[in-house]
Design a protein around this ligand. Structure first.
Ligand SMILES: *[C@@H]1O[C@H](CO)[C@@H](O)[C@H](O)[C@H]1NC(C)=O
Ligand SMILES: *[C@@H]1O[C@H](CO)[C@@H](O)[C@H](O)[C@H]1NC(C)=O
Ligand SMILES: *[C@@H]1O[C@H](CO)[C@@H](O)[C@H](O)[C@H]1NC(C)=O
Ligand SMILES: *[C@@H]1O[C@H](CO)[C@@H](O)[C@H](O)[C@H]1NC(C)=O
Ligand SMILES: *[C@@H]1O[C@H](CO)[C@@H](O)[C@H](O)[C@H]1NC(C)=O
Length: 220
């Protein structure tokens, strides 16, 4: 739950950042927990050192499936994005991979549709940039690694549950306290009214005993 909130917050922050006239890039790491049958965004962001430099970017995604019996699996080339064109290279994901990156190629994320158990494993995102300074065309590569786990259901964070319970307890307590305060005030007012009206009869003994249990219905 908490990771979900965090992911939403990150998405929200990114959304706002990407919608500012001057985009600010933040390299958030990918979430590493997918839910079976759901979609999963494999986040890979590599901020450019200088915006003004026009760079040609290509990205390659690799996947090493996690095996049950310790056999060493091959690294699969699962996705390539070059010249504004995505191509799904390996059969493993068939048509379940979609491009989810940004136009400026700082965010080169992809998305797995309909996550299966076999999507568990080690993911690598390789970014190649070629900068053009006239005849001089230096190339840079960046690499992001992460291991993806697939869960049956979205795991609920213990801390999130705890804070939720605390919130309800606090809510009930505050409501009760407000009620107690109201009854107490009501009694105090009516008591002073009675004192002012009728000084001969003194009811002081009764409210002082009931003051300990002010939530009791007011019968006066
Ligand atoms: C995998 O290897 C580890 C040690 O490298 C071993 O402890 C574990 O039992 C192995 N699992 C299987 C399923 O063979
Ligand atoms: C165990 O590993 C072998 C290759 O070493 C593979 O052929 C086989 O399918 C694997 N079994 C399971 C249950 O993953
Ligand atoms: C990524 O996919 C989500 C869901 O389809 C979409 O809302 C979002 O705009 C996409 N982001 C980018 C940068 O394409
Ligand atoms: C997701 O995949 C499962 C099998 O892996 C299939 O039964 C199901 O229809 C798929 N759902 C969607 C929305 O593609
Ligand atoms: C990513 O994984 C590869 C292969 O395991 C490794 O060679 C490389 O150093 C890793 N890179 C980072 C940035 O962790």
């Amino acid at each position: 739950m908490l990771t979900l909130y965090r992911a939403h917050l990150q998405t929200l922050v990114l959304f706002f950042l990407f919608h500012l006239s001057k985009p600010v890039c933040v390299e958030v790491p990918s979430d590493t927990e997918a839910v079976l049958g759901d979609f999963m965004r494999l986040t890979c962001i590599s901020c450019m050192p200088r915006e003004e430099v026009k760079a040609k970017t290509s990205v390659d995604w690799y996947f090493t499936p996690k095996s049950e019996n310790n056999s060493t699996n091959d690294k699969l080339h699962i996705f390539r994005f070059e010249n504004e064109k995505p191509s799904v290279v390996d059969e493993h994901f068939s048509n379940r991979l979609v491009w989810n990156g940004s136009h400026d190629m700082q965010d080169v994320s992809i998305r797995i549709q309909n996550v299966t158990d076999s999507d568990r494993g080690f993911y690598q995102c390789l970014i190649h940039r070629t900068f053009e300074f006239g005849f001089f065309t230096p190339t840079f590569s960046t690499e992001k690694n992460f291991t993806l786990d697939v869960k049956k259901k979205a795991s609920t964070d213990a801390a999130a549950i705890y804070s939720q319970i605390m919130m309800y307890v606090l809510l009930v307590f505050l409501t009760f306290w407000l009620l107690v305060e109201m009854v107490y005030c009501y009694r105090k007012i009516s008591k002073s009214d009675e004192q002012a009206q009728d000084t001969a009869t003194n009811y002081l003994a009764i409210p002082s005993e009931q003051k300990d249990n002010p939530a009791a219905p007011v019968t006066e």
